[in-house]
Design a protein around this ligand. Structure first.
Ligand code: ADP
Length: 263
């Protein structure tokens, strides 16, 4: 009986250890799978501009008699595809560093009202070029503790998307206000909007509702995942809202932080 009990006990311990080990492995397996998917997607995305560069350069070599004017389309494609690669590599590096927890925020007191005005001014020329109205409705003195460069990047991503996905004649509104303990800002557009079933995936890496439309506009599907990472690093929240055909709104809330309280 004692021996039987011991065997049963041992079996129970082994089963429990196996179960616990298996459970501990689940997050590791998930992280490994996520990493593998990231590498596969990144390789796939890098291959397409490289193919464009390679094939256009080869075709140019086959026709040494052609003038620069005659080859201007190919040259433009090479330039466009290499800028796409540069942008893609910069985004991949940002995300790889974020995965390795290798990025530290350079915290200072940031005047978000000024930053929003500054970034919006950079987009002003697009108002005429794309015939899209850009409205800025931000209260002054929105100060928080944050990384100015990253917050700049966040605003550029949101505004860049708003211009990318809003057709001529549309309107983009950037708003900023003070909450209780947070600073709230949003970028709203009157563009194509996002399908409700896609809203939960919009911040996933390489997610694009319409790959060809995004690609035509120079999109790579990493902007919003970087935006989310920046907001997460500031202990904030970013949400996407949309009614298809009625535009999209991205809302960000960031706690003002210690420095603000002190000041
Ligand atoms: P992309 O480089 O493709 O724009 P993002 O990560 O910035 O990548 O955005 C992911 C996807 O979210 C886009 O491909 C697009 O389908 C959708 N999206 C982002 N912003 C908007 C917007 N303002 N209006 C409509 N769709 C948007």
């Amino acid at each position: 009986i004692i021996a039987g009990g011991l065997v049963m006990g041992m079996a129970a311990i082994i089963a429990a250890s196996y179960y616990l080990a298996k459970r501990a492995m689940i997050p590791i397996e998930a992280a490994w799978e996520k990493q593998q998917r990231f590498v596969a997607d990144a390789s796939h995305e890098l291959r397409s501009p490289l193919t464009g560069i390679h094939s256009n350069a080869e075709l140019m070599l086959r026709h040494p008699e052609n003038t620069v004017e005659q080859e201007s389309n190919r040259i433009h494609t090479i330039i466009k595809e290499s800028s796409r690669m540069t942008k893609l590599i910069a985004s991949l590096l940002t995300l790889a560093r974020s995965d390795a927890n290798k990025t530290e925020l350079q915290l200072t007191q940031v005047d978000l009202s000024e930053l929003i005005e500054l970034v919006s001014e950079h987009f002003r020329p697009l108002e005429e070029l794309e015939q899209i109205q850009l409205l800025v409705d931000v209260v002054p003195d929105l100060k928080l503790v944050g990384d100015k460069e990253r917050l700049h990047q966040l605003l550029v991503i949101l505004l860049d998307n708003a211009f990318k996905y809003t057709p001529k004649g549309g309107r983009i509104t950037v708003a900023g206000a003070k909450g209780d303990k947070n600073i709230l800002f949003s970028v709203q557009d009157t563009g194509c909007g996002i399908q409700p079933e896609n809203l939960p995936h919009i911040f996933d890496r390489f997610f694009r509702e319409d790959k060809s439309r995004s690609r035509d506009k120079g999109g790579i599907g990493l902007g919003l995942s970087i935006a989310k990472w920046i907001v997460d690093m500031h202990a904030g929240k970013i949400t996407a809202h949309s009614e298809p055909g009625n535009g999209a709104t991205f809302k960000v809330s960031i706690p003002v932080g210690k420095l603000q309280k002190e000041s």
